[in-house]
Design a protein around this ligand. Structure first.
Ligand code: SF4
Length: 404
């Protein structure tokens, strides 16, 4: 089955678990017909289940979700639950997809978390600029008057860093939706100083499915070490599509042969580059990718059509413009990195200067934006040394045309 999400232009394929009912419609009635009522759940058995399945956050950092939930449960004050659908990464479409095709799986996960934490509020952060997602969320929330929690919707700015957890907390506090320095994790002290469980849409959808279907169902997919499934946003010759795959699925089953033979940026704009052909031998696995010095991040996979350095340069220029401007190394350093990268790509500048500038921005920001940007730049330089040398001599294997 294939469903097309209208103007978003994203192809969504039915998946084995979270997207199993992707074409049944987003209504609560359709959701209940597939998954049934949300069963009662208590904190201790839920934490044990989360430990067994090893659920990690799907927003990019991959932090163990059970540990975050337990921290929030042990914190001082009544916890708050936040569903972060802001999806600042422009290449990612999985949370928008979930909001539109499976919103009640996400909201069931959030409700289960709220119940075990004793939370009275579930905050849902939607992208201001995405009218379809906003409408889908409003519609879904309108169908859930029996949840017995107060739903609060917030609209996030259209910015790469607007979805960062502290930027979300700032938005909820009525301040500019930008990251700030935080001295404690949100699960310890977040919204109004209370323990705050912030996770993205896919994480709550996975939690919802775990509560609805149980551990055995979750363990029936994936590998022994990494059970379950993950959502990916793939950009290749097949266009932009959101798929759900079991961990352990070979990349060669997901990408067409031509794409496998091209450089791939995996993990999104803060991700890492794989050389042409590198993914042929690898599977969708966080640990397997980490061994290959790659990161799955939020599950974005980009196969640019053209020179990877041109593409990496244009991503860097975009990321430099996304600095929230609070920290000097980020505000001034990232534009300098983008400029230096442009000089390297254009064959008129020094590679050493670019590497020096990357070193100056790393570990200097209040959030991970400078580090993620520098990681992507360094990865491009490390994975494509011959292309870099070609560019420093004024050449390009793609004839110098930025086709990406
Ligand atoms: S590192 Fe950059 S994006 Fe992050 S808080 Fe500082 S200025 Fe903002």
């Amino acid at each position: 089955m294939t469903a097309v999400l209208g103007p978003l232009g994203v192809r969504v394929e039915r998946g084995p678990a979270v997207l199993a009912a992707a074409d049944d419609g987003p209504s609560l009635a359709a959701h209940r017909a597939t998954h049934g009522e949300l069963p009662g759940v208590a904190l201790t058995p839920l934490l044990a289940d989360l430990e067994r399945v090893g659920l990690r956050g799907r927003g990019g950092a991959g932090f163990p979700f059970g540990r975050k939930l337990e921290t929030a449960a042990k914190g001082r004050g009544r916890p708050t639950v936040v569903v972060n659908l802001s999806e600042g990464e422009p290449a990612s479409a999985k949370d928008a997809t979930l909001a539109m095709v499976a919103p009640h799986l996400v909201l069931d996960g959030a409700l289960a978390a709220a119940r075990v934490l004793g939370a009275r509020e579930v905050h849902v952060v939607v992208p201001e600029a995405d009218l379809q997602v906003r409408a889908a969320v409003e519609q879904a929330l309108g169908e859930r008057p029996r949840d017995r929690v107060r739903h609060v919707v917030h609209r996030a700015d259209e910015s790469f860093v607007a979805g960062q957890v502290n930027a979300v907390l700032e938005l909820m506090a009525g301040r500019p939706n930008r990251p700030v320095t935080a001295w404690e994790p949100a699960a310890v002290s977040g919204h109004r100083g209370r323990p705050t469980l912030v996770s993205n849409g896919e994480t709550y959808a996975q939690l919802g499915l775990l509560v609805l279907r149980g551990v055995r169902d979750h363990l029936s997919r994936g590998t022994t070490d990494e059970p379950g499934t993950t959502l990916l946003t793939l950009h290749d010759d097949g266009g932009k599509r959101v798929v759900e795959v079991a961990f352990g699925t070979p990349w060669k089953a997901l990408l067409d042969p031509a794409s496998l033979d091209r450089p791939v940026l995996i993990g999104g704009y803060h991700g890492t580059w794989a050389e042409a052909g590198r993914l042929r031998e690898l599977t969708v696995s966080r640990s397997g990718l980490a061994e290959a010095d790659l990161t799955l991040g939020a599950g974005v996979v980009l196969v640019p059509d053209g020179c990877p350095l041109w593409f990496a340069r244009s991503v860097t220029t975009y990321l430099a413009a996304q600095s929230a401007g609070r920290c000097g190394p980020c505000r001034n350093g990232l534009p300098a990195v983008a400029e230096a990268f442009t000089r390297v790509v254009d064959g008129v500048g020094g590679l050493a200067e670019l590497e020096r500038l990357c070193g100056l921005v790393e570990r200097r920001g209040a959030c991970a934006h400078p580090d993620g940007t520098a990681r992507m730049v360094r990865s491009a330089l490390a994975r494509f040394p011959e292309e870099v040398q070609r560019h420093t001599r004024g050449g390009c294997s793609e004839g110098g045309r930025p086709r990406a």
